[in-house]
Design a protein around this ligand. Structure first.
Ligand code: APR
Ligand code: PHB
Length: 402
């Protein structure tokens, strides 16, 4: 068996694990990242693509924002559409100049893998039978098989960045962790189409037939979503049926509609809200999707992963500077404050824009009144805008060594 030692063992090479590894590297802290999928799989996996202002600022401050600044699409506003009309929300004007940037999560992951490889610090792909242990000791471990050999990494701390279906959260004894969950009675059918985006900004639509979302990935690729039943087989949706439904829900009275093109990817994802608390057990710290899931309507998933690891990097930096554990002890509480606000926002965006199968006629009229109020009140639009561009981080970049 190969035994290795490191300071921080990181399980998972998604945005959370890779960002943490790089933040630690910038502070001279050693880490090993262990990922069970292949490099190509991790890079090709199609995910969300909205970066809050603070996430963009973080990537730039970390020195991994060069391609993001060149290729990312900055959006100063967005549209909310209902009763056939689009209403513009000028986020930059309402937030003192903040915006979001559309840049695929897989592009972020690609840039971070390149940055990791340039540091020459270890990153294992295709690790098999990954497990974590000795969480309550001062030397927790990651075990896995790689290249036909058993490996054990002995660490000072573990970071569980292995997503919702990972092994870290289930390794915490049930009595030591509480979970909070809400499953929504719908899912999203998402497509990538070879079509130039017909709007420069996102359009969130609440239609009688259900929710629809217009987004994009580049000047030539449109990204669209449709509300469908949660376990809808994708086979029920030939390309033509997808376009019929997209156009039926999204076309507005002024004639705006998405441009149609060849569909190059399609899939259905269920929607849930989930929080595990505390986000720490012994020397294992959970970050990103391993600790919380938001429905994609608020576009918060990747951004929450980024804010978690900023808080964790601050705490680990302080520990290695003077062995202080105060910020490690505060990690979970500090993260959960922001996580719950993002949960609330994502739940609100989701319930305000989707049609629930069990809603009454009253519920629907109230929903339309909500949207009418939102798009007619500067106060309500400011509330949406400040949450959509991202509430302030709980900790400064400087405190995390940037
Ligand atoms: N061992 C090692 N790695 C694992 C294991 C395991 N047993 N299980 C899962 N992983 C890996 C996954 O293959 C994935 O690459 O952990 C990584 C987790 O990455 P993400 O799921 O992307 O989660 P996270 O890094 O927290 O990023 C949150 O991802 O799901 C989206 O919308 C979400 O944008 C948000 C972001
Ligand atoms: C996306 O572009 O994939 C996207 C945009 C906004 C969301 C969710 C996903 O709320």
């Amino acid at each position: 068996m190969r035994v290795l030692r490191t300071q921080v063992g990181i399980v998972g090479a998604g945005p959370a694990g890779l960002l943490l590894g790089h933040l630690l590297h910038l502070n001279g802290i050693d880490s090993v990242i262990v990922e069970n999928r292949s490099r190509d799989y991790v890079i090709d996996r199609v995910r969300a693509g909205v970066l809050e202002q603070g996430t963009v600022d973080l990537l730039i401050a970390m020195g991994v924002g060069e391609r993001l600044q060149r290729e990312g699409l900055r959006h100063d506003g967005l549209y909310i559409s209902f009763r056939g009309n689009r209403h513009h929300i000028d986020m930059a004007e309402l937030t003192g100049g903040k915006a979001i940037t559309v840049y695929g999560q897989n592009e972020v992951v690609k840039d971070l893998i390149d940055a990791r490889i340039a540091t020459t610090r270890p990153l294992y792909f295709e690790a098999e039978d990954v497990s974590v242990g000795a969480l309550e000791s001062s030397s927790p471990v990651i075990r896995f098989r790689h290249g036909g050999a058993d490996h054990e990494i002995r660490c000072d701390f573990l970071a569980g960045c292995d997503g919702f279906h990972g092994v870290c959260r289930p390794s915490i004894p049930e009595r030591a962790i509480a979970t909070y969950e809400r499953i929504y009675p719908f899912g999203w059918l998402g497509i990538l189409a070879e079509a130039a985006p017909s709007s420069t900004e996102l359009v969130y639509t609440c239609h009688e037939r259900g929710f629809a979302l217009f987004s994009m990935r580049s000047p030539t690729i449109t990204r669209l979503y449709l509300q469908v039943p949660p376990d809808e087989p994708i086979e029920n949706w030939p390309d033509e049926a997808i376009w019929d439904e997209m156009l039926a829900r999204m076309t507005t009275s002024d004639g705006w509609k998405p441009r149609v093109g060849r569909i190059v990817q399609k899939s259905v994802t269920p929607m849930r809200s989930f929080v595990a608390a505390p986000m720490r057990h012994g020397r294992l710290f959970l970050a990103g999707d391993s600790a919380h899931i938001v429905p994609p309507t608020g576009a918060k998933g990747l951004n929450l992963a980024a804010s978690d690891v900023l808080v964790l990097a601050r705490a680990l930096k302080a520990y290695y500077e003077d062995r202080s554990t105060g910020w490690l002890d505060e990690y979970s509480d500090v993260c959960l404050r922001r996580v719950w606000k993002a949960q609330r926002f994502s739940w609100w965006m989701t319930t305000t824009l989707h049609r629930a199968p069990d809603e009454s006629a009253f519920d629907h009229q109230r929903q339309l009144a909500d949207l009418d109020y939102l798009t007619g009140s500067r106060a309500a639009m400011t509330s949406l805008a400040e949450q959509y561009v991202g509430l302030p981080a709980e900790v400064s970049f400087e405190s995390a060594g940037l």
